[in-house]
Write a protein that binds this ligand. Sequence first.
Ligand code: PXG
Length: 440
Amino acid sequence: MDRRNTLGFDAYWMPFTANRAFKDAPRLVASASGHEYKTPDGARVLDAFSGLWTTGLGHGRPQIIEAVRRQLETLDYAPAFQIGHPGAFDLATRLTALAPEGMTRAFFTNSGSEAVETALKIALAYQHARGKPQKKRLIGRERGYHGVNFGGVSVGGILANRSVYAGALLPNVSHLPATLDLKRNAFSHGLPKHGAELADALEHHVRVHGADSIAAVIVEPVAGSTGVIPPPQGYLERLRALCTAHDILLIFDEVITGFGRVGAAFAAERFGVTPDLICTAKGLTNGVIPMGAVIAGQHIYDAFMQGPPHAIEFFHGYTYSGHPAAVAAAIATLEIYSEENSFDGARALEPAFAERIHQLRGAPNVIDIRNFGLMGAIELAPRQGAPGARGFEVHVRAFEAGLMVRNGGDVLQFAPFLNGTADELDETFSTIEKVLRDVA
Ligand code: PXG
């Protein structure tokens, strides 16, 4: 008996989804073009989240699609280990050219989570290679999100992602405090004034564990999925100075903030703070083909290049590292960023975005609004005894009203396209304002 049916919802176990609620009332998109999705019924949904922070150039870009098609016809797969294909070298050259000075090497992965695992392993192996194998401690931050693999969950600072695995996570991990401070910083425009001193918590870990035991600190320059938390003014500079003073590597997880999301190639550039390693994904291919990358400082790579030249220097890699289709998508994407000056475009849209999102101050249940670059959040007061319910209801009702926004609990998140328009911003926030009144 053929037990397939045309649209059964049972078999697919959906990621980070309330499966039962979803399957009771599915929200589907069937096609996408430009800045919009269409549902299977043909209803238009304005995308106010650039995919999942992925697709800053808009959906269905012919140049990317054509590049992938051509690549698949020419070379569909190339072994990733001990063999190369020209595109991967070309992409690494282009990608490192976008990175801060001195960050000259790229390692390819297939996702942000894998980029994080790779960066954490590079950090530990780097300390080992330079004769400091006792430097094993990794320091993350409360409310940090670094993907879902064990290393990323360990350094991540989200209880719901961690608690089930307590005792099975990486040992030797500590956390800095989160920088979100509604009492002092609510409704800040851009970077909040207060909290640079929270970086000094690193000194606490140095006092407790010893700098000799600490390998690396990993932070998102602007925390994304836990509700868009821009760093306090001066915080990242301070963290960089402390890492340098204590001989600790600094890893920026730029899976969200890379590729124009904060009006520059990387947040590192926007803040003028150069880390030792950068994790990227998402915007690397405009979300079209899964891909991630770690960009490493020259000093990191050099430390690995020891021993006999025929020996493998780093025992790590993925079957699909530098997959030809992903590489082709990434090269086409980087070309469009350059041809269309997308990062400057995002920077130019930032003031209008900031102004429009902050107009929702005073809307029902809004307790904070945060923005930086083209990242924005509206935080809602939770319903009594049902945290997250209000945010989820806004997400569902907005979708029904033709708008795709993301809710992380009671925080609504916004990621307009790098080439978005004032009209789209207006449609986004007028729809949200109406939905907020309806659910109040
Ligand atoms: N690091 C950061 C900073 C991320 O934002 C990852 C790592 C993991 O990437 P992959 O490709 O393995 O998913 C992410 C992913 C949201 C949202 O709602 C954010 C992410 C993914 C899905 C939803 O903000 N970030």
